[in-house]
Design a protein around this ligand. Structure first.
Ligand code: ZN
Length: 679
């Protein structure tokens, strides 16, 4: 479970020193170039990797192998997102590399932007809204480009490009949306992802996996997680993603690097983790995947850690099929002291939460949290990346073995640095006080929110004995994110935070509250087209909480809607009352989850989280446009430079940060692309 917490609003000017947040000694120089470029609604950034130099050569070597394993699966996510994505990407790249005509025209520039967007989204659908984006050039222009380049340069025949790919790219009705969550639609038929074969209906998909469920199994595997379901001669067949299965060519490469990593693993436990993962990639056996997850949870000693696999299910409207991703990282030892305090107090937080005792964990197990430094992003975490991750996702493993939760602080640092002085706060904050509060405490409060969300929020609470966890269906993910956010919001406003030294004083939490309300009611709307509803899980969750608090605190004047110079602002008048409201909603959301109350989940989400006030949306978009900012960011990776001696032994590993965006993308497509056009 990941939180793509909206960090765009933070424009901290100086980091504050307090008990837990002393400014770190890093090997990041002041002239590190955080911003790479901006196009469409996207800003490309670079993340520094502070602490890399102090690692041992063996650790660096391990990071190198894992980083290669992280890049090799890139084609998989393209194919998972839509079956035509690889054909389209390679066609566009062939043009970009071979076109000899005028590259300075508006149409060619629009073509380049389109290619950059396809790279960014791992396909033709917006990475966040999941809607297909329109090329900014005409179909005729595109067909002219095709005509000017030799047939052999393309991944498929020119006929196929013109007859199949051109309609997919240009006809707005074909594959319009990657993940459709619209209540009442057939979510499988209307979603353009490649997790479900053609002609499979939602009812068929649901009953197929319903039939596989074994309610008597205390350790239920996640059926369908690592396969595509297809219809063959009327029968439904699972096509597993594994060595010698679908995606074999890419998975073999991943396995190759994992086996290299095995030789330089830091300890036996980490070795075990890698062995299970390799075994799972070779067999596709989901019981082995569970063993891998349990071994991974038990690996607490290693400095270096990684995620590599079919992990998150946001790309499937039914939440069954997982996208391929990788995050390679190492522990930020200094900053982890903060999360250790949080996890050491996990039981206190659970015991004092405002939820019904029946829904609380009597014993909170294995909540481990750390702050990490990302060293390579891959698959569904590249170029757009989460800033916090909490895994594994299987409920029974979380209950029996706990979960591992991370905050990726070199990513939040990069966001923060890149946002300095961009005018965003000045536009959407009501007063100077609000701006100052945000500048003073925003970075601290945001990081703490992410820690609490990942480390305690997702791990808190329990289901009633006869509840499975999948009763909430399409609303489950939003409710789960709301639960984690509310847990964080509730406790950030508790005196305990100052007592534990996690926040410097009793005002710091107010910055988190201001930010949350401002974002949930207004600024996150900058990511949505006028006329559309809120669709994305995390955005739904944030609007749900903010709107619920606004409307339910209306009589008590908790949050006031103000107007100044024709501009709307939401201003918190009573922070403590808001804290109590968050507690109230947390209790209800936990009840819904624990009881599996589908109707209540549906009502809550549909009433608060989905619809947008049109006039306000229009206003926010206009105000935002004037700032000339991009609402989404993603990252280029560092390049691993490896020195070897004459015998081929690695003698040094260094990171280079100079690679550009297109340069990196085209290099990955040449050096790390293994899959056939159609899989
Ligand atoms: Zn989350």
């Amino acid at each position: 479970m990941r939180s793509i917490f909206f960090v765009l609003t933070v424009t901290i000017l100086s980091m504050i020193s307090c008990t837990m947040h002393t400014e770190k000694e890093t090997d990041v120089t002041d002239d590190f170039q955080y911003t790479v470029e901006q196009f469409a609604d996207i800003r490309i950034l670079r993340y520094p990797v502070p602490g890399f130099d102090e690692l041992t050569l063996k650790q660096k070597e391990l990071l190198y192998y894992l980083s290669q394993a992280a890049i090799e699966g890139r084609d998989i996510i393209f194919d998972q997102n839509n079956k035509h994505n690889l054909a389209i990407r390679r066609t566009l790249e062939a043009i970009w590399e071979n076109y000899k005509g005028d590259r300075t025209t508006d149409e060619f520039k629009a073509f380049e932007v389109y290619l950059k967007r396809v790279w960014f989204s791992n396909g033709i659908h917006h990475h966040y809204s999941t809607e297909k984006f329109e090329p900014g050039f005409s179909k005729e222009y595109f067909q002219n480009l095709i005509a000017e380049i030799g047939e052999s340069e393309f991944p498929v025949s020119k006929d196929e490009i013109n007859n199949t790919l051109v309609p997919v790219m240009f006809d707005p009705d074909i594959d319009a949306k990657r993940v459709n969550q619209n209540e009442g639609d057939d979510l499988i038929v209307t979603s353009a992802n490649n997790y479900w074969g053609d002609a499979i209906t939602q009812a068929e998909a649901e009953s197929f996996y319903e039939a596989k469920r074994d309610p008597a199994d205390p350790e239920p595997i996640w059926h369908g997680l690592n396969s595509r379901l297809e219809k063959e001669e009327g029968a439904l067949v699972e096509k597993t993603w594994k060595v010698d299965g679908v995606y074999s060519a890419a998975i073999e490469k991943i396995v190759f690097w994992l086996e290299k990593a095995l030789a330089v693993a830091e300890n036996e436990q980490q070795k075990q983790v890698i062995e299970y993962l390799v075994d799972y990639y070779k067999t596709g056996n989901l019981r082995t995947f569970d063993k891998y997850n349990i071994a991974w949870l038990a690996d607490q000693q290693s400095r270096i850690d990684f995620v590599n696999g079919f992990i998150e299910t946001y790309g499937d409207p039914l939440g069954i099929k997982a996208s391929w991703e990788s995050v390679v990282n190492f522990k930020d030892v200094e900053a982890t002291k903060r999360t250790v305090i949080i996890s050491d107090n996990a039981q206190w937080f659970e015991d004092h939460s405002p939820v019904d005792p029946r829904f609380k964990k009597e014993e909170v197990k294995g909540v481990t949290a750390k702050v990490i430094t990302a060293a390579m992003l891959g698959g569904d975490c590249y170029p757009a990346t989460p800033i916090g991750i909490n895994l594994p996702n299987a409920d029974w493993i979380r209950k029996e073995y706990g979960s591992k939760s991370v905050t990726i602080e070199n990513i939040t640092l990069a966001y923060d640095k890149a946002a300095q002085g961009n005018g965003f706060l000045e536009e959407f904050c009501y007063s100077n006080d609000e701006i100052e509060l945000q500048k003073k405490y925003g970075f601290i409060a945001d990081n703490l929110h992410t820690d609490m969300h990942e480390c305690l929020g997702h791990g808190s609470g329990q289901l009633l004995p006869d509840v499975n966890g999948d009763e909430l269906k399409a609303y489950g993910a939003t409710i789960e994110e709301a639960r984690a956010d509310l847990f964080a919001l509730y406790y950030i406003g508790d005196d305990k935070m100052v007592e534990l030294g996690l926040l410097p004083d009793g005002d710091a939490y107010k910055a988190a509250y201001d930010d949350y309300i401002r974002n949930g009611l207004m600024t996150q709307l900058t990511r949505i087209k006028l006329g559309d509803n809120v669709e994305q899980t995390h955005m739904r969750n944030r609007q749900l909480i903010a709107r619920w608090a606004y409307l339910n605190g209306f009589e008590g004047n908790v949050i006031e809607r103000e107007e100044k110079g024709g501009k709307t602002y939401f201003v918190i008048k009573h922070y403590k009352k808001l804290h109590d409201l968050f507690g109230e909603l947390l209790a209800e959301v936990q009840r819904i989850k624990s009881e599996g109350d589908y109707e209540a989940a549906k009502n809550l989400v549909e009433y608060y989280a989905v619809k947008i006030e049109r006039d306000l949306h229009k206003e926010v978009l206009e105000r935002y446009e004037k700032l000339n900012l991009a609402p989404y960011s993603g990252f280029v990776n560092p390049v691993y430079i490896v020195d070897k001696d004459s015998a081929g032994n690695i003698t040094g590993v260094n990171l280079d940060f100079s690679e550009g965006y297109a340069e990196q993308m085209i290099r990955y497509s040449k050096e790390h692309s293994w899959l056939p056009v159609y899989n």
